[in-house]
Design a protein around this ligand. Structure first.
Ligand code: HEC
Ligand code: HEC
Ligand code: HEC
Ligand code: HEC
Ligand code: HEC
Length: 225
């Protein structure tokens, strides 16, 4: 028997049916197109539909301002005598310099015309804003635990411009809480600030500094008053 006969005999015993012809590769192709489409929808389209974008009332350059103030971050974000944190700056902290235009930028023009001259507070959008049910204290973290602003906020404090604010259309949460990556992976401590992210750091801290049960910082009432 030659090798040719073997081949012949083999194909005779399995005559290809007309509709299975080439079916395998096509099914695979459709499968991969399907996978690709759902990836595009899941990773590309869905987040765009889910997140709505808003711009800040005008842009603000942290880097420039840091060179002009005497007291670094605290010139604008400081602790009051009672330990509460001032948060976003109020107009009164800006007017000593901005009663009149200081430069030529359009952002400053909006600031001076729409807010300073009308005595109107700027409706800043807060990237780190948590829902009302969450209790957070800057003093416990910054004064107590001596934590750096960067740990939770990233590099906003030295940035040249304020990024676009994104919020979830369904929950209303800022995207800085839910995280940019839909895979749920995070590479920086400031990429996401959901309940688990707060709790994870608390658990680590408690394990190292304080193993007594009464002071555990993972009890619900620590963060929900
Ligand atoms: C120590 C003085 C000083 C203080 C305080 C200050 N600014 Fe400015 N700011 C300036 C000067 C000077 C410029 C002009 C920079 C330029 O255009 O070259 C400027 C520029 C700006 C601009 C144009 C864009 C930019 O950021 O460069 C905006 C908007 C602005 N300031 C908003 C604010 C707000 C809001 C506050 C309060 C939270 C504030 N400034 C506090 C001095 C100050
Ligand atoms: C001249 C005033 C000024 C100084 C100095 C300043 N900031 Fe700001 N900062 C602002 C303004 C105005 C905003 C916009 C308001 C907002 O988003 O809360 C802002 C916003 C922020 C935010 C965003 C908070 C959020 O979630 O929306 C962070 C974080 C921040 N600043 C950190 C810093 C750090 C860190 C420094 C020092 C390295 C610093 N800032 C110095 C005026 C200032
Ligand atoms: C442990 C994490 C953490 C650290 C450290 C931290 N922040 Fe925050 N910051 C937050 C959270 C969470 C919020 C939102 C609070 C809320 O919504 O009640 C916030 C809000 C803010 C806001 C907006 C506040 C408002 O209500 O207007 C500013 C401005 C800010 N932080 C600046 C700073 C600066 C400056 C530092 C360093 C001195 C700092 N933060 C350190 C977590 C942190
Ligand atoms: C990177 C670490 C870290 C992150 C992230 C963090 N915390 Fe904390 N938190 C601490 C540490 C450390 C303390 C203890 C400070 C002390 O007792 O001196 C603390 C203390 C607190 C306290 C005071 C509890 C007490 O009685 O001592 C509250 C409330 C709190 N955190 C809420 C939050 C919330 C809400 C978030 C998330 C939005 C958060 N924290 C994120 C490290 C963190
Ligand atoms: C370390 C701080 C921390 C602790 C401890 C904590 N939470 Fe939370 N919780 C948060 C933060 C921050 C959010 C908002 C972000 C989110 O939804 O992940 C939240 C959100 C929630 C929400 C959703 C509220 C809403 O409006 O969507 C519920 C429900 C909740 N927590 C229940 C609990 C319960 C029950 C416990 C105790 C087993 C607990 N939490 C312990 C920080 C904490």
């Amino acid at each position: 028997m030659s090798s040719n006969d073997t081949l012949q005999a083999h194909s005779d015993s399995h005559p290809p049916s007309p509709d299975s012809k080439g079916g395998g590769p096509y099914i695979l192709l459709f499968f991969f197109i399907g996978v690709a489409l759902s990836l595009v929808v899941g990773w590309g389209v869905f987040p765009k539909l889910l997140y709505s974008q808003k711009n800040q009332p005008f842009d603000f350059n942290h880097k420039n301002h840091l060179e002009m103030v005497d007291n670094g971050c605290q010139s604008c974000h400081f602790f009051r005598a009672d330990g509460s944190f001032s948060g976003s700056p109020r107009l009164a902290q800006c007017v000593e310099c901005h009663e009149e235009m200081q430069g030529q930028s359009e952002d400053e023009a909006i600031f001076v015309e729409e807010y300073v001259s009308k005595g109107q507070e700027v409706p800043w959008l807060v990237y780190a804003r948590q829902p009302d049910c969450v209790f957070f204290s800057h003093s416990a973290h910054v004064n107590g635990a001596k934590m750096d602003c960067i740990t939770c906020h990233g590099h906003i404090g030295t940035s040249e411009s304020l990024k676009t604010y994104e919020f979830n259309r369904i929950t209303g949460y800022s995207r800085d809480i839910w995280g940019r990556s839909i895979s749920g992976l995070k590479s920086n401590s400031w990429d996401r600030m959901k309940m688990d992210d707060c709790a994870e750091c608390h658990a680590k801290y408690d394990a190292v500094h304080d193993s007594s049960v009464q002071t555990k910082r993972d009890a619900c009432f620590v963060c929900h008053k």
